[in-house]
Design a protein around this ligand. Structure first.
Ligand code: Z5A
Length: 215
């Protein structure tokens, strides 16, 4: 496997979607078609159906154990049918959320046993980890304000504020445990400033091929 797997993480409204799109456009100026943008849940056809179940349809009916397994099922399909094949081809795969979301939301947020979450993640990914995780860190109330203006909140967004605060603490714990893999980025700044920082981080990795000079 020779591609690079870059994951964007953070609480709701942290700016992952905004930053992942801008990062992809910027990376494409180096590698054109070799940049793939995807997300969890919902990166595959099956995943889109799981996403709808998880975020819209099941409402409060879904048990925490079922929820954990549905995220795991979405990820297993995603890794096998999309992420690994692209990494094998040498592509950059930019993913909006991955295993750390499950640890932060189902583990720290829901209080689910972390060892069990690790087992589900291991089954779903076969051991695949990100090469780099960009954690966009933001006060949860700022993030929720950003997303609530866009309309009806989904099932997860409706969770109590202390749930989202535990999720944020989960990301902090993960960043402490994996300082080489997870980079914390202050997401309470102008999107342009955040994008400039992301580009600097990626340039430092030396993963980018030399850019051809324009004629
Ligand atoms: N989940 C889980 O529990 N377990 C798992 O294993 C996985 C997921 C994989 C996915 O929801 C849900 O699934 C999520 C966790 C759970 N729970 N919730 N809720 P999603 O994919 O629909 O939502 P999201 O990932 O949280 O994305 P989001 O809410 O769309 O936020 P975002 O992508 O981080 O932000 P954005 O769309 O780029 O920006 C949001 C708004 O803020 C938008 O109007 C922007 O224009 C604005 N914005 C962006 N950046 C800025 C800055 N810097 N300043 C000001 N305004 C900004």
């Amino acid at each position: 496997m020779s591609g690079k797997f870059i994951v964007f993480e953070g609480v709701e409204g942290a700016g992952k979607t905004t930053q992942i799109q801008q990062t992809a456009e910027w990376l494409q100026s180096w590698c054109q078609e070799r940049v793939i943008v995807t997300r969890e849940p919902g990166g595959t056809e099956l995943g889109r159906q799981i996403r709808q179940l998880l975020l819209d349809d099941l409402d409060s009916l879904v048990s925490h154990r079922t929820e954990l397994l549905l995220y795991g099922a979405d990820r297993a399909q995603h890794v096998e049918s999309l992420i690994r094949p692209h990494l094998d081809r040498g592509d950059f795969v930019l993913c909006d959320r991955f295993t750390d979301s499950t640890i932060a939301y189902q583990g720290y947020g829901r209080g689910f046993d972390l060892a069990e979450i690790d087992r589900v993640n291991q089954i779903a990914t076969g051991g695949l980890q990100s090469d780099l995780t960009l954690w966009l860190d933001l006060d949860v109330s700022v993030g929720l304000e950003r997303v609530l203006v866009r309309g009806k909140p989904d099932r997860m967004e409706r969770a109590a504020i202390d749930f989202h605060q535990r999720v944020r603490r989960g990301y902090q714990e993960l960043a402490n445990i994996y300082p080489n893999r997870i980079v914390k980025i202050d997401a309470d700044r102008d999107p342009v400033v955040i994008q400039t920082e992301i580009q600097s981080i990626l340039l430092e990795t030396k993963w980018l091929p030399a850019k051809e000079s324009p004629n």
